[in-house]
Design a protein around this ligand. Structure first.
Ligand SMILES: Cc1cc2nc3c(=O)[nH]c(=O)nc-3n(C[C@H](O)[C@H](O)[C@H](O)COP(=O)(O)O)c2cc1C
Length: 169
């Protein structure tokens, strides 16, 4: 099964990129990271979107499930990620799609519930079991895509297993 992974961080050495790689190594899904670097969203172009946006939507459409792995920036959702999500509001790629959210960040108290609300509005299939606030991220995931503690690994594996189950129901 194919998993489209969106990373809310563009940073070299991103812990979220390491987390996505760790999930790829679990071999529960075939993981493809989909770039969120898209032009600024405007509703004027929502129905006549540029090619990059069409390709982005197509990758989400053809995936069995979507994973968002993201930090919180300035107590909010990273702008590039929110911009990419905004491009799907009219075209509905998240609607009824099994979706996991892992907010892998220092704190995440604001961005995590905010993203859950966005996903709810978009009618994504996200459950309690496919949402995880992985705070104090540097004490849990290493840049080499290994986990610092067995508990951290188990919590992430449980989310991805729950996502797989969501795909079969
Ligand atoms: C500009 C900036 C703002 C940040 N603001 C927050 C924040 O509000 N809450 C939080 O949990 N972490 C915040 N962080 C820390 C990030 O969570 C942390 O650096 C995280 O590892 C970034 O994700 P990445 O490693 O995938 O790039 C901020 C980092 C930067 C660079």
């Amino acid at each position: 099964m194919k998993l489209a992974a969106l990373n809310g961080s563009l940073r070299k050495g991103s812990i979220n990129a390491a987390l996505i790689e760790a999930i790829r190594r679990m071999e529960i899904f075939e993981v493809e990271t989909v770039s969120t670097v898209l032009p600024p969203f405007t509703p004027d172009l929502a129905d006549d979107a540029p090619p990059y946006v069409l390709a982005f939507r197509e990758r989400l459409n053809t995936a069995d499930a979507i994973l968002i792995a993201t930090p919180e920036y300035a107590m909010g959702i990273p702008g590039m990620l929110k911009n990419a999500i905004d491009w799907t509001v009219g075209s509905c790629e998240f609607a009824h799609k099994p979706t996991a959210l892992i907010t892998c960040t220092s704190s995440g108290e604001i961005a995590h519930p905010a993203l859950l609300e966005v996903l709810r509005v978009l009618e994504a299939r996200v459950t309690e079991d496919t949402a995880l606030l992985l705070n104090h991220n540097r004490a849990k995931v290493r840049p080499d895509a290994t986990f610092v503690t067995p508990e951290a690994e188990a919590s992430v594996r449980d989310v991805i297993e729950a996502l797989r189950q969501l795909c079969t129901t």
